[in-house]
Design a protein around this ligand. Sequence first.
Ligand SMILES: [Zn+2]
Length: 323
Amino acid sequence: MLTFFTDPYESELLYGAIGRYHYYIGNKDYKDTIREIFVNENVIPTLGLASYLDNVSNNLGSKYTSNYIIKNHTIFPFYSPFLPENRKIELIDNMKYSDGKGIYHKIGIIAGSVCKKQGIYYCPECAKNDIDKYGEVYIRRDHQLQGVFLCKNNGVKLKKYKINKTNTSRLEFIKLDEKLLDLKVEYEEDEDISEKLISVSRCASYILNTNLDTFNKDIINKKYRQILHTKNLLSINNRIRQEELYDELISFYGDKFLELMESSIDKNDEYNWLKVITRNSNRVVHPIRHILFINFLVENIEVFLRQRNLIILIHLENLLGHA
Ligand SMILES: [Zn+2]
């Protein structure tokens, strides 16, 4: 067991905590750091997710179970509530027991990349606060999410860190260096867009930081149908009024914003995301599009999720249905 570890800060990625560990323990070679943390040399650092967590957890002591690390120090919870139950279990197992090589690929394949980020992102305002409070800056998981452009706390534009996988060793766990940060605060000029982007950031953060273990793709889909029903967007024979739904969503967001979110909708495409998200098919839709859909349906994600009683009813229905 390790006698020293850099305990992750709130919502810090495990990746970032390992970067700080490497720095404070004074290792020269990242291979040593990898061996010390993972008890295995075949680990390639992954920014948002993780691998061999079972080893990491045994190594760090009972405070850090692998489930705890996944929930609090990876971006997995952002994807999790929108995945089919079996896929969730498979990906969690992957992070616990394997090298995690295919995991981005797997999440990418099933969810598709929307507003892909290449590199590490930070918020200049949060960075300043971290320096004041902790004497160092750390990698916050909220800021790494695809489709999150502004900080949820203050609407400040997130910035890309100068060093990334392309200009450093692939074994490196990058640690943010205060001297390399651009702390100039910038805002989105278009107020309407800014407001919508902040709302997306808040929603993403809420999903990341709320225990949504009981949710999965099926349950979310059933909730959608219930809300569509109350909005009169289901026909008598329970079919979705796609035309009306499309028109309402477009007028709610506007083309410009949907384009920015890489989520424009081709009305004539049978598999456009709006049709796929409302159908109970095997296809998985990116979390950012679920957020767009949820924010359109109800005030915000909290309101959407608060209707727990509906979910319990659905659970019961399923149980009875499957009995
Ligand atoms: Zn911030």
